[in-house]
Design a protein around this ligand. Structure first.
Ligand SMILES: *Cc1c(COP(=O)(O)O)cnc(C)c1O
Length: 481
């Protein structure tokens, strides 16, 4: 039996309505090979990996440096326990991570786990236990951003909370104090009219009410708050909500004034995605806890890190009999193959000058993506580094969204797939998050496939009110593969 048949018979996929998956006429794409920004299926069809395999891949598939590093490690040892033992690779990676995050001088500590959710889970437990062991027992709550996403385990769900995903689990989850997300496009305080051609952050007219709300929450709840948890600069799963520059720096300042720790979730934004190695570096905000995963291993292996401040780490020190130990860990903590991949990932950043080359590519992506403004159902086009989000709306001037059940985003991505592009929407937000190795030509193809897919599903009216201006379509007709 081939893989597709076996899969449909035996497996259960994440975030997937399996009834649709099991329908006889549905044929899952079976990915068998990859090279650079391309993935190849069992029929030999080539696709561009338009969302970096769900936001994990950085330098492309089958990168020679990453492949060699893993093979070298594999010939020595795949895995040994990190409980009561150490290994050759994890300490080297810890030191490198403190280096690239520039947290080394501050004596931060690196705790390894397996994926984004576990990195968050470890972080929130460290924070709560540290507060108690410091005698700050009243500081037991979290302040979080509306629409935040931190993973699917119960603690991470509590910090994130989505009405749709979590409606059955309310009884298991702990409450948090939510503050508004600084998302200009749909901000009720933004008095600017929607304006085609510009990211809503640029035309924003407001008094930073989002920061006022955070200040208010801190005044009311700050003494009981253990930490403020946020995805810096871009809230991923909520729909690539991009924050106005300056928000994080000020938010960090507000946290400091109230003695509230700042936990940043850079699971998605980390490792160059937004143009800097880490998003917090662009805002000169210093997190007390930093969660990393997804791109940490270059998108090769499940590996995560929770980096904690000296202040938090020191709250766990004492005689064993005081039982201040962090009693938390996972079987594969410090896994050698994952750590070897992560070290190779950082080597590539240095050897290939990745941050510089992606700056050029994100500039090209910005230029190419202007075409989306010509579609009447595009409400917002926003970009941060190598993340491009195109939000579809039923009505431009009122920003009225399409009904979610219509699944327009999904339809557009299905149409783009036929044209050789793989990407997943976030509701009605279309998404391009190319691997950094994507060539300029491939970038043009990605944009063209998404644009053509959009027009397949939502053809523009012939005598468009937006006439003119669309003589030059980038890479028109190049989408086929
Ligand atoms: C993906 C993601 C997570 C969860 O990571 P997993 O590896 O899927 O558990 C957490 N936070 C952010 C911001 C993410 O994008």
């Amino acid at each position: 039996m081939n893989a597709a048949k076996l899969d449909k018979l035996c497996l259960w996929h994440p975030f997937t309505q399996m009834q649709e998956w099991m329908e006889p006429r549905f044929e899952p794409v079976v990915i068998v090979e990859g090279k650079g920004a391309e993935l190849i299926d069992a029929n030999g069809k080539r696709y561009l990996d338009g969302n970096s395999s769900i936001w994990t891949n950085l330098h492309g598939h089958r990168h020679p440096v990453l492949n060699a590093a893993i093979k070298r490690q594999l010939d020595k040892l795949a895995h040994s326990s990190f409980l009561g033992l150490t290994n050759e690779v994890a300490p080297a990676l810890g030191a490198r991570l403190l280096d690239v995050t520039r947290l080394k001088g501050r004596k931060y500590r690196v705790f390894f786990s397996d994926d984004g959710s576990t990195a968050i889970e470890a972080g929130l437990k460290m924070i709560i236990q540290a507060r108690r062991q410091r005698g700050e027992t009243q500081r037991k709550n979290f302040i979080t951003l509306e629409g935040g996403y931190h993973g699917d385990t119960v603690g991470a769900m509590s910090l994130g909370r989505s009405g749709l995903f979590h409606k059955h689990f309310g009884a298991l989850m702990f409450p948090t104090c939510k503050v508004m997300a600084p998302f200009c496009y749909r901000c009720p305080f933004n008095r600017a009219r929607p304006c085609r051609g510009a990211d809503a952050r640029e035309s924003r007219r407001c008094k930073w009410e989002c920061l006022d709300e955070l200040r208010r929450a801190m005044k009311q709840r700050g003494a009981g708050a253990a930490a403020f948890v946020a995805e810096p600069l871009v809230q991923g799963a909520a729909g690539m909500l991009m924050h106005p520059h300056g928000y994080l720096k000020e938010a960090a300042e507000i946290c400091k004034q109230h003695g509230v720790w700042l936990m940043l979730d850079e699971v998605m934004t980390g490792f160059g995605r937004t143009g800097a190695m880490f998003a917090f570096q662009r805002e000169r905000a210093i997190p007390d806890v930093l969660a990393l995963a997804k791109g940490l291993s270059g998108g090769y292996l499940p590996l995560a890190a929770t980096i904690a401040s000296a202040e938090i780490f020191e709250a766990f020190l004492g005689n064993f009999s005081e039982f201040k130990t962090f009693f938390h860990g996972h079987s594969y903590t410090g896994n050698q193959l994952g750590c070897a991949a992560a070290l190779a990932n950082l080597d590539i950043f240095e050897a290939e000058g990745t941050i510089k080359t992606t700056a050029r590519k994100s500039f090209l992506l910005r230029r190419l993506s202007k075409i989306f403004w010509e579609h009447p159902n595009v409400g917002d086009v926003r970009q941060e580094g190598m993340i491009l989000a195109v939000e579809l709306v039923e009505d431009f001037s009122s920003k009225r969204p399409f009904p979610p059940a219509q699944r327009l985003g999904q339809q557009v991505c299905d149409a783009a797939r036929v044209r050789g592009l793989l990407t997943r929407p976030l509701g009605n937000v279309l998404l391009l998050m190319p691997p950094y190795c994507t060539t300029e030509k491939q970038l043009e193809k990605m944009v063209a496939a998404l644009w053509d897919g959009l027009n397949d599903v939502l053809p523009r009216p012939k005598a468009s009110a937006l006439n003119g201006a669309r003589k030059k379509q980038p890479g028109a007709g190049m989408a086929g593969n």
